[in-house]
Design a binder for this molecule. Structure first.
Ligand SMILES: Cc1cc2nc3c(=O)[nH]c(=O)nc-3n(C[C@H](O)[C@H](O)[C@H](O)COP(=O)(O)O)c2cc1C
Length: 265
């Protein structure tokens, strides 16, 4: 931009040019710092958040430890084996709550693709596949698999094993005996750390977190449908029992459960 001003002949006193450059740069900085928003429509307003307008996030989301994250973005096409990658229209057309699973196991590779679709990082600045109020990212995703319990770490795109226990049956019982949960080879459990969002949004955070888990669960439902797998969302469960069964940190409050597997024939 300096070049732009330098190469144009402007018949103004010489002290004006530095002033013009400085103000032009300031305007550019203000635009660039608008938290990834590309239009003024997505700029937060005080009406959106009665407590506090959202501060522009110039560096992208931070990892829990405070470091800015720069993850590698996986090159998934959401296919199983040699199957064609699905179209979004096909996934939307196919999506259904399916509660009956075959006993075919679900590979950890597929589970990881689904976890990435649900909560993965899809931007070099650390933003994720599903939206988050103020990029506060309150959700923590667990997967109860036949081989154990895993915690998804978005910044590393890694499923960290927490235990070798198969807790699917316990989750089914805690979900008012919805026993088809125990038949699914992988049970996704969404939990949330409300504080991450309420720190910024106060009482409005609860609404935001509930909306957010819906966004993310829909990502999962569509990825599942696109891969010709089966899933259904479960809201009916005992929060405390699920929390105990997961052995997650006490701040990770269970919100939603989605069993996933191959549909029974
Ligand atoms: C918030 C929420 C909670 C739900 N909880 C359960 C549940 O506990 N058990 C269940 O079998 N289905 C549950 N469902 C799935 C609905 O029953 C299902 O979406 C509805 O019957 C429509 O069918 P469809 O998803 O195939 O379009 C839930 C759906 C939503 C949105």
């Amino acid at each position: 931009m300096f070049v732009f001003f330098k190469t144009r002949k402007i018949s103004k006193p010489s002290f004006i040019n530095p002033l013009l450059n400085a103000s032009f740069l300031l305007v550019l900085l203000l635009i660039a710092g608008s938290s990834g928003c590309r239009t003024s429509k997505c700029a937060p307003s005080s009406a959106d958040n009665p407590q506090k307008a959202e501060a522009p996030n110039r560096t992208g989301p931070k990892a829990e430890g405070g470091d800015t994250v720069k993850p590698e973005i996986p090159d998934y096409n959401f296919s199983i084996g040699d199957a064609e990658p699905p179209t979004l229209a096909g996934a939307i057309k196919n999506r259904r709550s399916i509660r009956s699973f075959s006993n075919k196991p679900l590979s950890m590779d597929v589970v990881k693709q689904l976890a990435w679709a649900t909560q993965g990082v899809n931007s070099s600045r650390g933003y994720r596949t599903c939206p988050s109020a103020g990029a506060t990212y309150p959700l923590e995703l667990y997967v109860a698999h036949t081989s154990g319990v895993y915690h998804y770490l978005p910044e590393k795109n890694e499923l960290k094993k927490k235990s070798n226990n198969d807790i699917r049956k316990e989750l089914a019982i805690a979900s008012l005996n919805q026993m088809s949960i125990a038949q699914a080879p992988a049970v996704f459990v969404f939990t949330a750390v409300l504080k991450r969002t309420s720190r910024r949004y106060g009482d409005r955070a609860e609404r935001y977190v509930n909306i957010e888990v819906g966004h993310c669960a829909q990502n999962l439902a569509l990825a599942v449908a696109g891969m010709d797998l089966a899933s259904y969302p479960v809201g009916a469960f005992s929060d405390n029992k699920v929390k105990d069964i997961l052995s997650a940190p006490p701040t990770h409050e269970p919100l939603y459960i989605v069993p996933v597997g191959y549909p029974s024939e």
